[in-house]
Design a protein around this ligand. Structure first.
Ligand code: ARG
Length: 460
């Protein structure tokens, strides 16, 4: 049944079709309002400098538009700026507001751009902030893991393969292994950050515009390192960027998930190596004694979710033809959610690591004589026996093995990266570099945005 169509900035649209096509943009685009306003501010500065006679937008009109954009940003922070269904998305909501407030001046803002390059820009600006925040989150976890590892560097812990007791190891080695995994994940995030650091604005609908727009200027004004060059690729890179970022996020989650699995195992009463504060556990509605590690289980589950989101974006774009297709809108939800999950998981991991204590008695109890079998064989090697003979000798005399001191055993492994050869100063240096990267990038971004908005950003 056809009902009276809803009037929108881009035509009169049937209510059901409007609701279906706007989808969740009305809610999700709230996260993009600030980015959309920044983008419009830079665009209008560029329009006013465009070499046209008469000028398309005067300096005073430019100032009025930027003021109105800053006001929208402030309203957004107070929760009073609304995107209505008739707006469809953030872009038309902002344009509509500017037009209501400024009349014909507002109507000029969309000159030389399309919602296609606008949304691509918004997502990249949003991603920039989120990638920096994620890097900060990873760095905090690394910091907590390294402090814990350093404190427990001489605390013996049975090393396992196939889940079976294998060789003497330490809590320090275990904890810092996750820190090192997160360093690799940081490299992936920085890589994604660098891909993302290109302005798509001015690609318009994907084919440029017959106007002397200055894409370099807009890119510079928004603190990007450069514009995406080819306008069609700028358009086609939507979805690809989200896919790259989610892949990096899913690697972070992979590290966290494996840490969470170890934590679940080593905090269970049968192991009891580590103790979780009670407040970090949840109880059972029926069994009064329970302290369940639900947060860790959910971290494991959420890793699958982020990986699923990465795959869903990849799958969404892999068969798309060149040029904008509305399918791309569907990448927004997994993108925003994947980032959100990763960031919250990082802060939960950080909290748990900082609250973690070790149970020395339980850790030492695991050291049966068999755990030292390989060390014993290597002692025989040092006495001149070929390794295979030493191996056979220990294997046939396994019941006669004598206990060794686990503290001594882990202190003996002094080579690179082993229990007594962990290079904490280098870890610390890498962590400092990561913090400095985030700090410098934020500083440069805030400076650029403050300049274009004419007010101090991010305070506004
Ligand atoms: N909300 C839309 C999206 O996320 C904005 C772009 C709409 N462009 C269009 N040609 N219909 O993709």
């Amino acid at each position: 049944m056809t009902t009276k169509p809803t009037k929108t900035l881009v035509g009169n649209i049937d209510k059901d079709i409007l609701a279906y096509t706007a989808g969740r943009d009305v809610e999700l685009d709230v996260s993009l309002i600030e980015a959309d306003c920044m983008g419009s501010a830079a665009h209008v500065v560029m329009l006013s400098q465009m070499p046209l006679k008469p000028a398309l937008i005067s300096k005073s009109q430019e100032n009025k538009i930027i003021k109105a954009l800053v006001s929208i940003m402030r309203q957004t922070r107070k929760g009073t700026f609304k995107i209505r269904l008739a707006d469809q998305d953030v872009h038309l909501a902002v344009e509509q507001t500017l037009t209501q407030q400024l009349g014909d001046i507002g109507k000029k803002i969309h000159t030389g751009r399309s919602r296609n390059d606008q949304v691509a820009l918004d997502l990249r600006l949003y991603a920039k902030d989120q990638l920096l925040a994620t890097l900060e989150g990873v760095a905090c976890c690394v910091d907590a893991l390294l402090s814990f590892a350093k404190k427990q560097v001489a605390m013996p812990m049975v090393g396992r393969t196939h889940m079976q007791p294998a060789m003497p190891s330490s809590v320090g080695l275990w904890a810092s292994s996750f820190a090192e995994g997160l360093f690799d994940d940081m490299a992936l995030l920085i890589n994604a950050y660098e891909f993302n650091d290109q302005s798509p604005l001015g690609s318009a609908a994907g084919y440029g515009v017959p106007l002397p727009i200055d894409r370099e200027l807009v890119s510079h004004l928004l603190g990007f390192s450069r514009p995406c060059h080819n306008v069609l690729y700028a358009s086609n890179s939507r979805g690809k960027i989200e896919s790259i970022i989610l892949s990096a996020m899913s690697q972070v989650m992979l590290t966290l998930s494996r840490w969470a699995q170890d934590m679940i195992l080593y905090t269970m009463p049968e192991f009891n190596y580590f103790v979780l504060p009670k407040a970090f556990c949840t109880g059972s509605s029926m069994m009064p004694q329970k302290n369940n590690p639900d947060a860790l289980e959910l971290m494991r589950a959420k890793a699958s979710k982020v990986q699923g989101h990465a795959l869903s974006v990849y799958d969404l774009i892999k068969g798309l033809p060149s040029g904008y297709q509305r399918d791309l809108q569907e990448a927004k939800e997994p993108f925003l959610e994947g980032i959100h999950i990763t960031r919250t998981s990082l802060s939960v991991c950080h909290k748990i690591v900082r609250g973690l204590t070790v149970n020395k008695k339980a850790l030492l109890k695991g050291f049966t004589a068999e755990v030292f079998a390989t060390d014993r064989a290597i002692e025989c090697v040092a006495e001149g026996m070929p390794f295979r003979d030493a191996y056979d000798y220990v294997k046939t005399h396994i019941d006669e093995l004598k206990d060794m001191d686990p503290y001594e055993a882990i202190a003996k492994k002094q080579h690179l990266g082993a229990t007594a050869g962990l290079d904490f100063p280098t870890y610390k240096k890498r962590l400092k570099e990561a913090h400095a990267f985030v700090r410098e990038e934020r500083k440069a971004f805030n400076k650029a945005i403050s300049k274009v908005l004419g007010v101090a950003y991010p305070d506004l």
